[in-house]
Write a protein that binds this ligand. Structure first.
Ligand code: FAD
Length: 590
């Protein structure tokens, strides 16, 4: 019977979470286990775009672009509090350039394409053809059609007009916080399972082992929670760039039977830049430019103060958790920005932080296509030799997480002889709100914030910040914090209620200070994050029973150290610099 079926999903990245949600919609029990935290992998290290992937057209990936555009349009509708439309300028160097490069790419000669493109750049004709095809593939969704404009077009970012006399203008979408999107997928799955009376668990910071007795042993949580055992009907290995490592550790026979690695990741680095003149030059547009070697580089608004720049694409075979942006990559990205915006004179000391992750791409043998040319399409691999039904997910994008989940759920359920009862195609995320409904949520949160003692002058900004992260669920933060003295007041410097900490612990599986700072409250990017802010979060975490009070100071030290080592982000005490920042990053700045 379907109600007794239990499927374990390994990996709580955006794909694992979407698969878990899709499976719960068909009434099966689901246990999600992550070796680290929700969205602690590539999901957090991405360029944060929900896009068709214009450049994949050059590689002939028409089907992937069509699917991605359909999903882009859907996610803007179903998760409008997190996914927003973003107009892009694509600067071009002349009229004709790029046609030969595009042709070379289509037939798989990436190095030739780069050489041609590096010399002549992309021309407005090539870009116009690509964008027309993009419009055609997205047809029917009511999005504006592209235009090709001359440099200096009203409102256009201040891109070097001499070097780039034309630009394509088109729309795609941005998901500022895929970490929050992933959490909401799991929150939704929990609600679906509760309504259906089926099992749904999310277990983070845990290792798994599989015995030949068919039992999966889930180890104790690194942050509390004892071990347990489960006999699953099937396992989905959705551990992204770790897929081979997970097979080696948990299902070595399946890896041996595959006879070759499944994954061949490349690392990509990003810069988060705090440069007011660059942010102003960008206006509220994304820029899809090229570095000197013809590689695509995005320069994106990241809230009202910051700019996100990325990315690189370098083969990487080490532990994905150890990937870091190196100095050469940082210089490369800075040079790419300077090429587009020479007047800004961006400096190294304006890089607030960097981050780096590994793309979970399919393995291709050494002499095959360049990293940029490896398909971004996902593959589902069934391990026929495993002693239980086991699948691994290879590849995928943020953009296609939902359609990927629909395919995987249908495949797994068919193999277990369980019918698909429902899909997520028209299912909004739990926090979905936009337009007037969003305004009503902000206003309710503002009133609640004032009742909780937040100054009237600050209440609207605090409410907007909370809604940009939690959508309509933000109201429950204040409702849940009522009567809890330890949850009163604001986290210093960052304009969020302390009650959000308890909310994330009770409702969103946050178990550690790093979970909260990096993947729930998104404070690791906040311009005004200080040691005091982190201490407030740690104390609230302790009050919520998830951190012993005698470990608060050490946790704060550990968090500050990690932010510096991992992201190059220096966090000071208030008044010590790097100086007061502007406003918080919020999703709805347009
Ligand atoms: C540089 C870069 C830029 C990108 N930009 C974009 C973009 O703009 N738009 C877009 O659509 N896509 C983009 N992508 C692709 C997208 O980010 C990924 O395809 C997607 O996040 C993969 O999600 P996932 O859930 O499969 O893997 P991950 O997010 O990596 O999640 C895997 C999870 O598995 C866990 N795990 C690992 N080993 C184990 C184990 N043994 N047991 C249990 N859990 C384990 C990890 O802790 C992690 O949480 C980008 C990727 C990169 C790296």
């Amino acid at each position: 019977m379907a109600a007794e079926t239990t499927i374990v999903v390994l990996g709580a990245g955006i794909n694992g979470a979407a698969i878990a949600r899709e499976l719960t919609l068909s009434g099966v029990g689901v246990i999600v286990v992550d070796g680290s935290d929700i969205a602690a992998g590539a999901t957090a290290w991405s360029t944060r775009l929900i896009h068709g992937g214009l450049r994949y057209l050059e590689y002939g990936e028409i089907g992937l672009v069509r699917e991605s555009l359909a999903e882009r349009n859907r996610l803007v509708r179903l998760a409008p509090h997190l996914v927003r439309r973003l107009p892009f300028y694509l600067p071009v160097q002349g009229r004709w350039g790029g046609l030969w490069a595009a042709a070379a790419r289509l037939v798989g000669c990436e190095s030739l394409a780069r050489a041609w493109q590096g010399r002549h750049g992309r021309g407005s004709w090539t870009v116009g053809i690509g964008l027309s095809l993009y419009d055609l593939l997205a047809a029917g969704a009511g999005w504006p059609r592209h235009r090709v404009v001359r440099a200096g077009h009203a409102g256009m970012p201040l891109i070097d007009a001499q070097a780039f006399p034309f630009a394509g203008l088109y729309d795609d979408a941005q998901l500022l916080f895929p970490e929050r999107f992933t959490v909401e997928l799991l929150v939704d799955a929990r609600g679906i399972a509760a309504a259906a009376g089926t099992r749904f668990d999310v277990e983070t910071h845990r290792e798994v082992q599989f015995g030949h007795d068919g039992v999966l042993r889930v180890g104790p949580s690194a942050v509390g929670g004892g071990p347990f055992e489960v006999r699953p009907d099937a396992v989905v290995n959705a551990t992204g760039a770790w897929v081979d490592r997970t097979l080696a550790a948990v299902f070595p026979d399946a890896l041996a039977a595959a006879g070759r690695p499944l994954m061949g990741g490349t690392k990509g680095s990003h810069l988060v830049v705090r440069c007011p003149s660059l942010r102003a030059a960008l206006a509220d547009y994304g820029v899809y430019g090229e570095a000197g070697d013809g590689r695509p580089v995005f320069v994106l608004p990241f809230g009202p103060e910051l700019v996100l720049v990325g990315t690189t694409d370098i083969p990487f075979s080490g532990d994905p958790a150890a990937a870091r942006a190196d100095e050469a990559e940082i210089d490369y990205l800075l040079a790419a920005v300077t090429r587009l915006f020479p007047a800004v004179a961006l400096r190294r000391d304006q890089v607030q932080q960097h981050y780096c992750g590994v793309r979970p791409l399919p393995f291709v043998s050494g002499d095959a296509r360049s990293p940029a040319g490896v398909t971004r399409r996902h593959l589902v691999v069934r391990h026929d030799d495993a002693s239980l039904p086991l699948w691994s997910i290879v590849g995928g994008k943020l953009t296609t997480c939902r359609s990927l989940a629909e395919t995987i759920a249908a495949t797994v359920l068919a193999a277990l002889d369980v019918p698909v009862r429902s899909t997520s195609r028209e299912r909004p995320l739990p926090g979905a709100c936009a337009g007037a409904s969003r305004d009503a949520v902000v206003s309710a949160c503002r009133d609640l914030a004032e009742q909780a003692g937040v100054l009237r002058a600050d209440a609207t900004e605090v409410a907007k910040h909370a809604v940009s992260l939690f959508g309509s669920r933000a109201v429950a933060i204040w409702q849940g914090g009522r009567g809890r003295a330890a949850e009163a007041g604001l986290i210093r410097g960052v304009g969020l209620p302390r009650a959000a900490v308890g909310f994330c612990v009770r409702e969103e599986w946050a178990t550690s200070l790093d979970d909260l700072i990096e993947r729930r409250l998104m404070l690791s990017f906040h311009e005004r994050l200080s040691r005091e802010s982190i201490a407030d979060v740690a104390e609230s975490l302790s009050a919520a029973g998830a951190l012993p009070s005698d470990r608060v100071a050490a946790a704060v030290d550990g968090c500050v150290k990690r932010l510096e080592e991992r992201y190059g982000r220096r966090v000071s005490r208030v008044g010590e610099g790097p100086g007061p920042g502007g406003q918080a990053i919020q999703g709805g700045q347009r």
